[in-house]
Design a binder for this molecule. Sequence first.
Ligand code: BGC
Length: 714
Amino acid sequence: MIKLNDKTEARIDEIISKLTLKQKVGQMNQAVLWAGSEEYYIDRIRKGEIGTLICGLPNRSDDRSSEAERRRLLNSLQKAAIEESPCGIPLMFGADVVHSYDVCYPVPLASAASFDTELVEKCYRNIAEETSRDGLNWTFAPVLDLAHDPRWGRVVESGGEDPYLSGSMGAAIVRGFQGQLNSGRDLIACGKHFIGYGAMEGGRDYHNSDISDYFFNNWYTKPFKAAVDAGALTIMSSFNSVAGQPVTSSKKLLRDVLKNKMGFNGFVISDYDAVKQLKNQGVAEDDRDCARLAAIGGVDMEMVDNTYPKYLCELVKSGELDESVIDEAVRRVLRVKFASGLFDNPYRNDYDCDIEAHRADARQLASENVVLLKNNGILPLGENSKVFMTGPFLNERISHVGAWAGHYDLERIATYREAAAETVAKDKVSFSDSVFSETVMNEIPDDCDAVILFLGENMCCTGEAVSVADISVPKDQEELVRRARAKGIPVIGVFNFGRPRALGNVIDMLDAAVYGWHNGTMAAYGMLDVLYGRKNPCGKLPMTILRHIGQLPMYYNSLNTARSVNAYYGEGRSYYDMKTGPLYPFGYGLSYTRFEYSAPICSKTEISTDELECGKTVSVSVDVKNIGDISGKEVIQCYVRDHVGTMQRPVRQLCGFRKVEIAAGDTVSITFDIGMKELGYYGEDGVFAVEKGMFTVYTGENCLSENGIEIRVV
Ligand code: BGC
């Protein structure tokens, strides 16, 4: 929530009173930077026709000349805005800086798998520093959409299936991007896409969503609330509709929910071309109608469609739109421009960034999020193991960066082969570049201890508008696994997918399986660190891994069901033709050491609703001991189950996690405070309340943990 002092609020009033209607509409307009010459933009800025610009990223150049040119251009436009535009209002320059700039960090879904909010915040601080020196001051990220359908290409941009994890990651990204907001090294964050985009039918991008109020309040709004509370200054509305109402024109969603209920007082920007798409969605007749509906709905700034500049003034003059709608939108835009420090510090200057330190952070994150799924003891590889490496990702470079990456230094991204040649003794590793599985298998040396298959998907199969219908491991890769298996040598599968693929067609043929995502510039080093035990794996799944696509949708925090045939998470006999539970559950991930959990204890076993409403909590503590021989990190997870509610409650719901390093033989004690936020929920009436009754708080290594303690709310 933005808080400005009275003097600034008064200044905003003054500016609004001085601007003409057309100039106010100008503040609600986002133009594209690539549509004309510098003079063209300066002319429009002088006339007060542009509030913000969407920029795209400059080409990367070794001498930073194109970056310098970009900075010069943006500063020149800013100068025109400050010195020559009506009331000297600064511009915002936005771009999709999602997870990369000079260095490419893991895709957001992969970052979520680290369960390490501090490290994620640090990496996003790096991204803000790398980016702002080239002139930008705003990014369209983080993505806060819950992702329940791995067919959807944009799961790669999300924080996964759980509202709490997604919100925690979203908040960390917002803190990282925005920093102190006045250092000239920050980016204004934009939480997107509000709301329900990830619930679209069939995993088909831009499709409709139909979400009950119950799921909407308790699942979908939570990540956005977390980002708003962390200070996200802008929010992007989504393309989809929810229950028959396109979000772009939904007063209920944008005004009632986001602005009023959640207390968001920054501004809402529409998604690309989304205002005009109200015609395609069948709620507007023409562009004029689109502009009217979006403005009334609560879109404060229109991204590029140009219907606001064209029609808002005449809509006000004809009485179809109240001028107060315009004033409120402009107030929000100005609020963000003041809160972000742009009035005091509008220009961006060059400065040095410690890129090597940033690469080290990227490498840490690219190993911190690697999920060890299966290990029959072949991992970690000894430095003396003789290893044969092959597979379609062995020489892959660009796909490590994943979807929505830009500006990164492609030549500095190592392939697996290059990283192995650098970090593994020459006589201990051999490779095959062949793509024909038959040829490859003939090349395996007889004295080889293990075969590593680098599998995965091209980054072009993920991201916007690239959903896939089949999420199993591709047939040619399955064949490769089968042939390797037939050699009788241990086979390790390394998965580089931008989504959780259903692994049922290959998993049983592997001796070890490791999920490495699209992990950015340092992906190959991070993975080899894990395979060779230089780094003990500690990533956990932010989304369920299915056996088979037919299990969709499947997520861990589902509601109780009527008969045990459909018991929790598909266990029981949901399907007749296969094992029915997930292949790997949410929160799952192995380590090279083992952890032992004590039974949790709590500060008291009863708490009243009055106490909870006054902010009192119950402390639940658990001891976790590293009973293995090496140090390791564990993500200690805390889940709540509400046994009986007026509404059906999820069988488990993540409400906290802590990632800690535990030395061999050591024990750590972790405490979770369980209060109103953890025990309450939005009921049928849309009111958040806690109900009396029995709850179990589980502390464990994933969502299936049975290590619980009961608390009664009286
Ligand atoms: C995407 C947004 C993105 C925007 C601007 C849209 O197509 O949905 O996520 O921020 O384009 O590039």
